[in-house]
Design a protein around this ligand. Structure first.
Ligand code: HEM
Length: 413
């Protein structure tokens, strides 16, 4: 047996909620001796080194995004719910592989251009200021509910032509979509999630029909009315793409905002530095994403036996690409846990992935985060937690990481 394989007497597992809430010391335990860790509870192969994760993301021939986890469910009852009440999910972007992936990615690249994303910045600033106005006189806020949950949702919802009064449903749809990628779901939960997601499909389908009849300048209208591969997409395909745009950016941007605010509370000199020189928000965003990657891991299915760091991973296995571990690899980043605004290679982090599936929303997310940290530090100061250890709680998730509650106060400037 290779030195990188582990036996069942090793208790460490990423299915353990305590490890999920704080995975960093586990990554450090594994990276040197067991960089390809055979998780005894899930049977997955876990990658923790920067080079291995990056190479795995580029090796789309052997390591496939079509894992069977994130579209058609293993439970036939869940699939029946989709067929009867909505549309059976189809693999388009994140759960698809080249060459099919290319058709869909080309369409989204055509619509989600850097120019269009850049043009959103004035509107993003307005939304940030509106949100701050709404809580600025409160004696205490939960930063998540008051700000971090709302900003990305409002931005993408406007682009998808969705009114604010439906935000609570969107939050739920976003949350269950993230949950649905977990490899440890019960059948009952799969069915519950299918019920919730078909409600979302019916909602979005009505909006697609509307913008096909009456096109406008929203993202959903451009997606519905732009041809790819010489044709307009079918409802099932469009629903899949729009669903991903809607949910992929919400929780991820939310938790990065909250993680950044936690850093401001713990290291006020970071907020002072951005207040003094707003261009420093840019490296701060990269360092927050690197040290506290909001997606810690995603999965790949092994299509053909593959060797990584001397370990042969058999076809059919599930590999966990742990972006969050790669981003704290000391071989890539000196003092990896430290937020260093002068780090020259900060933007080389893998928090947005790499290769053909590189996050399509990375520019939008980076823009939202930069503007948010700039405006928050410009308008507010003296960020402090208000409830001691109870100020924060951490989400328990197989793939996501970050605070899901942050009680705090601040002073106006
Ligand atoms: C801080 C915020 C974000 C983080 C950390 C993040 C992270 C990621 C990662 C790691 C991937 C690669 C998946 C893979 O390797 O298989 C990805 C893909 C994707 N992201 Fe993001 N994302 C963020 C924001 C957004 C936003 C704002 C949007 C859209 C509005 C978005 C839409 C997508 C889509 C559609 C894909 C799939 C791309 C493809 O498979 O071609 N993301 N994201």
């Amino acid at each position: 047996m290779s030195k990188s394989s582990v036996t069942a007497d090793t208790p460490l597992s990423f299915a353990d909620p305590a490890v999920q809430r704080c995975p960093f010391s586990s990554y450090d335990r594994l990276r040197d001796d067991r960089p390809v860790y055979h998780d005894p509870l899930t049977g997955n192969y876990v990658l923790t080194r920067y080079e291995d994760v990056r190479k795995a993301l580029l090796n789309v021939k052997a390591l496939r995004n079509r894992t069977g986890l994130n579209s058609t469910r293993s439970d036939p009852t869940a699939n029946r719910v989709f067929e009867e009440k909505g549309w059976l999910p189809i693999d388009t972007l994140v759960s698809n592989d080249p060459p099919d992936h290319r058709v869909y990615r080309t369409l989204v690249d055509k619509v989600f251009t850097p120019t269009r994303v850049g043009a959103l910045e004035p509107r993003i600033e307005e939304i940030i200021n509106e949100l701050i106005d709404a809580f600025i006189d409160a004696p205490e806020i939960d930063f998540l509910q008051a700000f971090a949950v709302r900003l990305p949702m409002y931005v993408i919802a406007e682009q998808l032509g969705v009114p604010r009064e439906h935000m609570d449903r969107f939050k739920l749809w976003s949350d269950v979509s993230v949950e649905s990628v977990s490899p440890v779901l019960t059948s009952q939960r799969e069915v519950e999630i299918a019920e919730i997601l078909t409600e979302m499909q019916r909602y979005l389908a009505a909006e697609i029909e509307h913008v096909r009849e009456t096109p406008n300048d929203t993202l959903i209208s451009h997606l519905a009315n732009t041809e790819t591969d010489g044709r307009l997409l079918e409802m099932r395909e469009l629903l899949s793409i729009i669903h991903q745009l809607l949910v992929a950016g919400n929780e991820t941007t939310t938790t990065t905002l909250a993680s950044g605010m936690k850093l401001f509370i713990e290291q006020p000199e970071l907020a002072d530095e951005i207040r003094r020189d707003p261009t420093r928000a840019k490296p701060f965003v990269e360092e927050t994403l690197r040290t506290l990657s909001p997606i810690q891991a995603l999965f790949r299915r092994v299509a053909e036996d593959v060797e990584i760091a001397g370990v042969t991973i058999p076809a059919g296995s599930l590999v966990e690409v742990r972006y969050g571990a790669a981003n704290r690899d000391p071989k890539q980043y000196a003092e990896p846990a430290k937020v260093d605004l002068d780090r020259s290679n900060a933007a080389s982090h893998l928090a947005f992935g790499a290769g053909p599936h590189l996050c399509i929303g990375n520019q939008l997310a980076r823009g939202e985060l930069r503007l948010a940290f700039q405006i928050l530090t410009r308008r507010l100061t003296n960020f402090r937690a208000t409830r001691g250890d109870d100020s924060y709680s951490w989400m328990t998730s197989y793939i996501a990481h970050g605070p899901d509650q942050l009680w705090m106060r601040f002073d106006r400037r």
